[in-house]
Design a protein around this ligand. Sequence first.
Ligand SMILES: [Zn+2]
Length: 578
Amino acid sequence: MKKIATAAAASLLAACATTPPPLTDYSANSGAARNPDQQGLAFDKADLKLRIEPDTRSIQGDATLTFGTRSTLRRIDLDLDRNLPIDAIAVDGQPLGPERWRNPQGLLSIDLPQPLEPGRTVSIEVKYHGQPHVAKRAPWDGGFVWSKTPDGQPWVASAVEGEGCDLFWPCIDHPTGKPKVVDEHFTVPGPLVAAGNGVATGMNVEPDGWRTWHWHANNPSTYGVSINVGPYKELSGDYKSRFGNTIPLHLWYLAQSEKGARELFAEFPQILDFFESTIGPYPFGDEKMGVVETPHKGMEHQTINAYGNGYAKTVHGYDDLLQHEFAHEYFGNQLTNADWDDMWLHEGLGSYMQPLYSQYLHGDMDYYSWLMQFRGGVRNKAAIVSGKPRREEDVYDTERGGPGQDIYVKGALVMHTLRELIGDPAFFAIIREAVYGRQDPRPGNFKPRYGSTREFMAIAKRISGRDLDWFFQAYLYQAALPELQAKQDGKRLLLTWKLEKNTPFPMPVDVRIGEQVVTLPMTNGSGSIDLPAGATWTLDPHAKLLKRETSIERYQAYEDARKAKAKADAKAGAKANN
Ligand SMILES: [Zn+2]
């Protein structure tokens, strides 16, 4: 998802939301470690029948999940919000008595009629119903969004990245819990449209006039499976890929948004040009590039990206929210973090695609304007990677010790610095290998894959032919940024890198002296150079390096104080008015 835009927008969204029933801690968080029983399952297929009832804000679900078994299993553990009561469960078509399942905390445990040997296949059908958790502030505090279009028709969306798929279907709520195939059958009041993941496989009108929309998706991310219902109009077209395939393009939008939607749709080919020429083949070209207008800001739902940016225009000349969410088709849906601890792979690389796209379209000024905006947001409260398994919110929430927005902005700036250090050919080869697992990706020769920080580091080392452990150790595993200390001693300029954990940091530094730029190798973390009499100097004049800047810390302290005062004044004002 996109990093949070403004406090004003967030509080507006919060004010519009209704109070949801409480979630257990287990359901509210995505990515708890999978227990041994869950690890014994290979998730082959999810067939999801969902009836979505906007009037009662409820759903009726009938999910048939097919698993292969890797170990001997006596029970099946699935994740499902306990606020969705179970109506019936069947194993391989045999109904189970209610004494054979329990769901006290959101871990739905189902006792099998007889143990399953490894290498078997089992199908579990779960029928359930209820009111799914309502988002407080989608997409950041997620769930279902029951909204209305400007002309009062139902407009429904789900956004569950932080909380997980278990808010509305029985699943394995961990990044590695992707089913190989998901078939969706979403039943909605006619004439509403349900835009789904993957390929449309038809629509049928039910005897009561409701409509069931059918979709088929391969390897969707667990939180990528989404609900999008509205009185949508649709724009569609084709994109001829440089890799020889043709990619279907689809945009579902509200009638009120006709002009903006047409302008946004016109951006699709250019976005694909950039990604396919810079990174590689669009990973889901045999399904679609799909976008749907949503009542929340946006979310990287696989092949049906949620878009709620109001068709805004910016100085960059493209819709950066769409471009960001679309970047997650590569960094998130194709390359998926094996654990939420590695989430910078989604958000750091996903965010770096906006400056990179700006540079591709308009050149350096636009590129560096993005980097400067990112730089102002780097907080360095916690390291980007902890090295331990973490749940999604433990990464997002700085109060829980997570790096928060740094996975976006600092992650992107780390990628910029890496690119400057090793050069474009090595940098883009590393990205390609991380995304596809190979250097020659073509449609059909790769599948979505899991990656980790450790793997990324190993790829970077192998492709660049350089020891880069010091680089990643400094930028990903330490909270504080490397500090470049400069001291002038007579005519001698002395430079020293200072790191939080005193780890090696042989990062070369450019110094402009008068009209000349000199590179100091800083082999042992320090270097020096003589200055001509009266010469002025600038460190890192071409902005290659991410390093500590006290000027930015002063700006952040000033901004924090200003915002705290404004908040206190508003509170005092509200009190005085009461
Ligand atoms: Zn994102």
